[in-house]
Design a protein around this ligand. Sequence first.
Ligand code: GLC
Length: 791
Amino acid sequence: MPKINIKINTVKIGKKFNILLLFTQQIYMQLLEEIDGFLKTFGDGMLKDRISYSLTRDRYDSIYYKKLNMKKIGRFLSAEKSNKYVYFHFENYDLKVEARGDGVFKFSWTDGPKLPVENIEFDDLQLHDNTVSVGNYSISLDENGLYLKDQDGKLIYQGYIPDFNEVLSQSLRIFGDDLFSGLGEKAGPINLRGHVYRLWNHDAKGSYGPDSDPLYLNIPVLLHLHDDVSYLIFFENAGDATVDIGFSREDKVTFYFKSKPMVYYVITGDIKSIYSKFSEITGKPYRPPYWAFGFQQSRYSYMSSAEVRSIVDRFNELGIPLSAIYLDIDYMDEFKVFTFNSDRFWDVKDLTKYLGERGVRLITIMEPNVKMEPGYTIYDEAVKNGYFIKYPDGNIFYAPVWPLMAAFPDFSRNDVREWWGKKYDFMKKNGVSGFWHDMNEPAIFVAWGDNSMALSAAQSNGSHSEVHNLFGYYMDKAAYDHLSKTERPFILSRSGWAGISRYAWIWTGDTETSWKEMKQNLLTILHMSASGISLTGCDIGGFVGSPDAELFIRWLQSAIFYPLFRVHSNKKSKRREPWEFGEKYLGIIRDIIKLRHSFLPQIYSEAISSSITGIPMIRPVYWYSSNPDMLLVDDEYLFGDSILVAPIFSEHSTSRIVKLPPGLWYNLYSDEKVFGEIKVEAPLNMIPIYIRSGSIIARDEGKLILHVFHSEEGESAKIYIDAGGEDSELDISVSKDGKINIHRGSSIKAVTIKFHGVYVKGITINGNTKYIEDNLFEIEEGVNELQLIFQ
Ligand code: GLC
């Protein structure tokens, strides 16, 4: 702690009290030290640090944090075309309008900190009578705001003229029975309408359940569906904001921002194309390694190499697939990032070798907080080079987290990211394969007030108040940029911002263990999808609490197609490795994990496809149906276009209703063709899964098998197959009359096909007919065409 003498100061404690400090800070600290010592037996031993930080933060913020004080917008004066763009001139601001004919619009009212979005090219706009036109769209303006319409005059979006003062507010019109989704990670219902949310990355303080807000990752992005039309609005803003979605006024959504800029995009088109276009602005998901989609086992904390070995051995003995195992904070030496505890993990290199021989990767937690300890290399280097975030007067920002007082690298700087990224080499040298970025909101242990950084702390891209929501994003970028030079990294992050999938995966953090939270996880993941985030998952079984076998199994089932498939739990939770629930359930748990592993080729292919298109993998049912009845289906999800999962979310339930999007669907287990609304039996060992007719699904069943689900119109797919870190492409189509065309990358040899829904008697290749059994046959290398012989 830097020592600062103050004789008299006014300090805010929480929002409620103002107390006059009559002591010098040193005397005050001494007193706290006494109290802290006394409390140590039952407190966390950080009382002094927590209070000292909270006081220091309040003092700095009272001096340096300034609220906005913006001029009103004033009257509209004129419109002008300048180069390709159009300016709407108001008394005090010029609104710049940029647009693309395919439905991307950008509205810039003010400048502000530079945020990580791509500069996309816009089209040449036309301006007549204060109306802008581009492609099939027009934007007009009146005293009520801006109207975006399609060529038939249908109103897609209406945004009111913003109001500027101490906050920047922008309202949007609600039309009727509208649906809203997005805002990043939200523990709300499928339709966020009627609620108020805050956009401020926030540590949920160890445990949360439905409706808790805000959580770790927030993005000012909202998908708005009304009358069959949809658009997405995305604000380039990384500061504190509140969004009122028809709560105060039924007909309006209002975003309130406490900092600049006021720049936003409106993107329209069909839903999938919206996410492709959005990803051009915020970045596409990266290509993760194949192994990352396998089953991952974690716990806070596996305490020694010996313990990790014995768990991995047990997985092996029991024949349960395991892709990775995690080390939580206790592997470190006094919670110092980039260290290993030498008593318990002295042999980490041998450990990772041992795991590697068994096909298991080691993933370690990484903290953004660097222990304040002269002599600790990471700390010393950062102090010497000025890499830590500072208060505006140049003092380093210190705050307590796991390692007690710690400092925080300014990840917004290129040089700091480069320095930090290279530190991962030490972990790699020890054989660590993946990294788990926690506490990167950043989380801070406070005595009162917001549990993050002081608003006035200065970062290279702005004050913390302006760029808070980007802290985790830039930490992820630091690791990704370095690691991706030599491999496809695995980075799991708790916090982030728009476009985070270009660097990391996101999990929903410290959820409580309960039936309702298991379902909430799905909704939160769907809101993340609606925010353009593709690589998502949750702590299977919940973080805080101990699920019984039924809840654990249902949770594992619900997550069967979540990109991240990881069990994790808190220190006090009962052990949760697959065998911990007893012999009776072990078989069921093993089968679920095996089922997941059999789908890895399909999951991987979808992830690569998502990295190309920018479209998130987990999707709500309403993407696929215009039926208003399907809008609020909140207990099912689609993985890609072809797989529908309808988990069991209620205790003691062994059946449920499944609402299927239009078309014919196949029951995964029985091949029964179903449509519409059906009732399905789902005993504890069963997850209702349906495959869309017309799709082709890749599975690993000892060898790669492509499952073709027959439809009257034929079937086709583009499948990306992992070829040792590279992707090989396979294009396959089956025409109505049974002609197969297949094109595959050179690394893909023979391909096995299994037909569903129609009896295939044989195949003809180059005039030679061969009869087959079980609808199963092989297409040998070099064969690109063949004819099916149906019954
Ligand atoms: C945070 C993380 C949790 C982790 C714990 C200890 O609460 O969200 O996953 O186990 O810290 O590191």
